[in-house]
Design a protein around this ligand. Structure first.
Ligand SMILES: Nc1ncnc2c1ncn2[C@@H]1O[C@H](COP(=O)(O)OP(=O)(O)O)[C@@H](O)[C@H]1O
Ligand SMILES: O=P(O)(O)OC[C@H]1O[C@H](OP(=O)(O)OP(=O)(O)O)[C@H](O)[C@@H]1O
Length: 190
């Protein structure tokens, strides 16, 4: 039986990478796989969670069919390696750090996917982005504006198909809710 694609989305700074890192050992325990994204960011800026490539390398990889999903946002290109399709075919669940703007395409390709929307209060989000110190203040404001547009639209348009995980509180709490959702489904953990 094919595995489930678990498509984690949420604004930049909502804590997607932190959540994946914190939950990693317990996800692995459950046989859930995670994949390193390919991003057109410098190697120093992407850290362990992704592979940094140049725009030229990215275009080449895309043309060669290296990605199961790919999108552009925030002036960057992002790719999810196509090896996830082998894992899904082998019956493994796969959790990916996705894009809200690319949700429709992801659902079209993976109709049984479970979509998790990570949310955080906008004021908390601004503070976290500033504290993370990765983008300029102007870039941070652009990300916040992009976020404000998206969250309301997503919840209005996809309410029934989304599991909302609030990460305004402690990360450990969000990890427990994520695992509860994966183990028992939306209704029990809501
Ligand atoms: N629950 C939380 N409480 C406090 N800080 C958090 C929490 N979740 C994430 N952070 C911090 O917020 C910042 C953004 O998190 P990050 O995982 O990089 O977000 P994303 O991957 O969604 O862009 C990081 O500095 C991270 O340490
Ligand atoms: O369509 P959106 O939902 O706005 O998402 C666009 C991109 O922004 C986020 O990545 P970002 O560059 O912020 O990296 P990070 O969130 O992993 O830090 C997200 O993971 C997407 O790749």
């Amino acid at each position: 039986m094919a595995g489930r694609l678990i498509y984690l989305i949420g604004p930049s700074g909502s804590g997607k990478d932190s959540l994946l890192d914190a939950a990693r050992p317990r996800l692995v325990e459950r046989g859930c796989r995670m994949v390193r994204r390919v991003i057109t960011r410098s190697a120093e800026a992407v850290g362990e969670a992704a592979q940094g490539v140049s725009p030229e390398q990215f275009a080449l990889m895309e043309a060669e069919g290296a990605f199961a999903l790919s999108w552009q946002a925030n002036g960057l290109s992002y790719g999810i390696p196509r090896e996830i399709d082998d894992w899904l075919a082998a019956g493994d669940d796969v959790l990916v750090n996705g894009s809200r703007a690319h949700l429709a395409q992801a659902r079209e390709r993976y109709p049984t996917s479970l979509v998790l929307l990570l949310t955080v209060d906008q004021a908390v989000l601004r503070q976290r982005l500033i504290a993370r110190g990765r983008e300029s203040l102007a870039d941070i404001e652009e990300r916040l504006a992009r976020n404000a547009r998206f969250t309301a639209e997503l919840i209005a348009g996809n309410g029934a198909g989304l599991f909302v995980l609030d990460n305004s509180g402690p990360l450990a709490h969000t990890v427990e809710r994520l695992l509860c959702c994966l183990d028992h489904g939306r209704t029990v953990c809501a």
